[in-house]
Design a protein. Structure first.
Length: 170
């Protein structure tokens, strides 16, 4: 029998509850975002039409058009409703990787081409440690780029590791 993943299963059963964190479009689980993130990134007219800014989720699926959603309020916001380029949803440059400190995929790839390694991880880690990170208002995902930092732990940021599809997922 074909294995159905948990979220898909819940999705096809039509059992998505009002407060569910499952994106209806791609049936993957979203990450909760704070009110300030919605306020910072949703374009004005659309933002004004939303009554409650609390309880939204960010859809992390690269191919899914949905950026934020609230099943509770039945509101789905896509790329056109958001004021910045959402790195994870883009396939053409510039693809933002770290919003707080201005790292794009191109900047990292240029470093790799030039010197064989990128200083992104070290520089970002240092600034996060220094408390200079403000992802709630700088990053449309509302969170720090944990993936990038976690993946880099114990690994060097080499061209072999850093392939374009993997970077696009960061
Ligand atoms: Zn989605």
């Amino acid at each position: 029998m074909e294995k159905i993943n948990e979220s898909e299963h819940r999705f096809c059963n039509g059992s998505i509850s009002a407060g569910s964190s499952i994106c209806r479009k791609c049936s993957n689980e979203g990450k909760p975002v704070k009110e300030i993130t919605i306020k910072s990134f949703v374009k004005k007219p659309r933002l004004e039409s939303i009554k409650i800014l609390d309880g939204f989720y960010f859809c992390e699926t690269p191919g899914c058009e949905v950026v934020y959603f609230s099943n509770e309020q039945d509101i789905y916001l896509d790329k056109a409703d958001v004021s910045v380029r959402v790195g994870i949803k883009e396939t053409d440059d510039p693809i933002p990787i770290c919003y707080c400190f201005g790292w794009t995929r191109k900047k990292i790839l240029d470093q790799l081409k030039r010197q064989g390694f990128s200083t992104a991880v070290q520089e970002i880690s240092a600034k996060v440690k220094a408390g200079e990170c403000a992802c709630e208002v700088n990053n449309p995902a509302g969170t720090r780029i944990h993936h990038l930092l976690n993946l880099a732990k114990g690994k060097t940021f080499s061209p072999g590791w850093c392939s374009i599809p993997r970077l696009a997922q960061l």
